[in-house]
Design a protein around this ligand. Structure first.
Ligand code: 4AD
Ligand code: MG
Length: 478
């Protein structure tokens, strides 16, 4: 018999049909003559109720059907008398595939704290919350490829190991096969990287953008979607040392085209989630409501689904960095000294400022453009004012910066001058500069932090809970 997934069975198998199903036991309770087993196989948040006649199965077998055990069940679908499901499976044959010792299995059917589940990240997929999160994460990855594919963008696989620092921020993890305790030395007593695997110092990439630009200036429109690594020591709820980034890069786009794409992209993905992940979203919305029950009204967030619809249906606000600084400095929040970090033209915005703009002032997502050149990367297009660059950050409620991007400097001389000012090794970047030597064109791109986006969609509060196995400072378990 062909195995059916729980989702298929609950969505359409007729009563009277014989089916084979396999999955893990969520709960098992006994009444006088029958035993009720809630079986989940990951295909949906819903469980299939399996009904086992206690006179038909051995007490030994039934005794081993504990939370966490894996079963294969054959039976006949019947209309369910119980509430919450239309059909249930009347078991004819049950095979215990793998038992789970009830004394030791950590995922017992009760409420666990997110901290506890993080320590048990290898088993947390077995909970409703993490099942929902990872099904949504999958759906969003699929929607991203679908979005770009429909628009003629090509998926470009940029390297993970690189010899250049794309963001020029020096937050990189070294990749080496040299012996850390006894590295070969040069005559001057420095580490001799010419003896290393690649014959030079190499790192894990912080961004695929530079290689993305090479692709875009020939293929037209490309995107990358891969892991990126940052050795920044920020232990916050929004930073990971290993995260996934989506970086579209488009020839012939100026900053306005770039903003239009970013806004449409985010809204399309949100709509996809609303259309395709409604069950899991409804579960997470309820979870969030429960979580916030005790909080005072003004600290409670908008209902998850309402919030997603709101962002999908409303225009993002667009303004310049300079206008944002004015708004912040004129705010009561600023006057009452409620910001922890300074607000001054030239200083980078902190997430408290970004969130103030989005959550208190505009109450909408915001795209900030034209940042001071000193606080942005070397490759951004220099504006005519000589002070700002054509950068854009998209700011979201609860998250702050979700996208960072810019129009790129396409003028060879201006780019080289800026690189020299910022001590970027110009000779080593000859291949990047060649795009500006041969057929240079205006072009733009941005990077969406995948986990920050999944945080927004799921309403979770900590980025460690939307990636399977988070990598953060002092933490690389699993
Ligand atoms: O603003 P960032 O640093 O931009 C770039 O890397 C550009 N090369 C993108 C481009 O123009 N192609 O990073 C882009 C996004 C941020 O807005 C944020 O969402 C996410 O990546 N991000 C992180 N997410 C999780 N943990 C971290 N440590 C992150 N750093 C950046
Ligand atoms: Mg940024």
């Amino acid at each position: 018999m062909i195995r059916k997934k729980v989702r298929e069975i609950l969505d359409g198998e007729a009563t009277g049909t014989e089916v084979l199903v396999k999955g893990w036991v969520r709960t098992h309770r006994n009444s006088k003559n029958v035993s009720f087993i809630a079986l989940n196989d990951g295909s949906t948040i819903r469980n299939l109720q399996v009904v086992a006649d206690v006179n038909h199965f051995s007490g030994e077998l039934l005794g081993e059907i504990n939370t966490g055990a894996a079963l294969s069940v054959t039976g006949i679908l019947a209309a369910s008398a119980g509430s919450g499901q239309a059909v249930e499976l009347v078991a004819r044959e049950i095979v215990l595939l793998g038992g789970a010792d009830p004394e030791n299995f950590p995922m017992q059917p009760k409420k666990h704290s997110l901290e506890f589940l993080r320590e048990n990240a290898h088993l947390r997929f077995r909970t409703n919350t993490f099942g929902a999160i990872f099904r949504i994460r999958h759906a969003m990855a699929f929607a991203i490829h679908d979005y770009f594919n429909r628009r003629g963008f090509y998926y470009l696989h940029t390297p993970i190991i690189t010899a250049s620092d794309a963001e020029g921020a020096g937050q990189m993890f070294r990749v080496t096969t040299l012996d850390a305790l006894q590295p070969p030395l040069t005559e001057e007593g420095k580490v001799d990287f010419s003896a290393d695997f690649f014959g030079r110092p190499t790192n894990l990439t912080v961004s695929g953008q530079l290689e993305g630009e090479l692709g875009a200036t020939a293929l037209g429109e490309i995107y990358t979607f891969g892991p990126t690594f940052r050795a920044e020591n920020s232990n916050t709820t929004r930073h990971l040392a290993e995260f996934w980034m989506i970086e579209p890069e488009m020839a012939f786009y100026d900053l306005k085209d770039n903003m239009d794409l970013a806004e449409d992209f985010l809204k399309s993905l949100i709509r996809y989630a609303l259309d395709h992940c409604s069950e899991d979203l409804a579960f997470l919305a309820t979870r969030l409501r429960e979580e916030e029950k005790g909080k005072p009204r003004e600290q409670q967030s908008m209902d998850l689904i309402e919030k997603l619809k709101f962002v999908a249906d409303n225009e993002f606000v667009r303004l310049t960095y300079t206008e944002a600084i004015d708004i912040l400095r004129n705010s009561n929040h600023y006057k009452k000294k409620k910001f922890q970090f300074p607000v001054e033209w030239g200083v980078d915005l902190q997430s408290e400022h970004e969130r103030y703009l989005v959550e208190n002032h505009f109450r909408k997502p915001v795209i900030l453009i034209n940042y001071p050149k000193e606080i942005k990367a070397f490759y951004m297009k220099q504006n005519d004012d000589g002070k700002t660059v054509a950068a854009m950050d998209v700011l979201f409620p609860q998250i702050g910066e979700i996208i960072g991007g810019s129009q790129r400097e396409e003028d060879y001389d201006k780019l080289v001058a800026r690189m020299e000012e910022m001590h970027i090794p110009v000779e080593e970047m000859w291949w990047y500069l060649d795009t500006r030597r041969y057929g240079t064109v205006p072009h733009s791109g941005f990077g969406l932090g995948f986990e920050r986006f999944i945080l927004f969609i799921t309403g979770m509060g900590n980025i460690r809970d939307v990636i399977a196995f988070p990598r953060t400072p002092r933490n690389a378990e699993f």
